[in-house]
Design a protein around this ligand. Sequence first.
Ligand code: MN
Length: 137
Amino acid sequence: MNDLSQSVIFGRGPENTAYAQFFVGQSYLNMISLEQVVIGNVTFEPGCRNNWHIHRAKSGGGQILLVTGGRGWYQEEGKPARELHAGDVVHIPAGVKHWHGAAKDSWFVHLAVEVPGEGTGNEWLEPVSDEEYDKLP
Ligand code: MN
């Protein structure tokens, strides 16, 4: 399903300039909630993905992805990539190195729920190489 208009539920929002340095390709970020629990709607153009990263926390923390459209990927270091479609839910524990993003031929949209915790912060690492990414269907 490559039609982005079918995926827009919360609104695409502006270009994700704040985190562009940690992404390959163009993404868009619409902050849905800045109270109680922080939730962002992230839209990835085809081929766009974020760098390997770790959601750090002293306690609690981590991230939940709620997929609303398109086709994409989630991968934890040392594990096969998991293909994602609308309705999929990904629970990402704090401390786990991973990336998420679009398939090469599809837009991809997910809500990113920042799980509250103590001492939370993101550690951004190296990009997912074209060699790794291009192996994915
Ligand atoms: Mn993440």
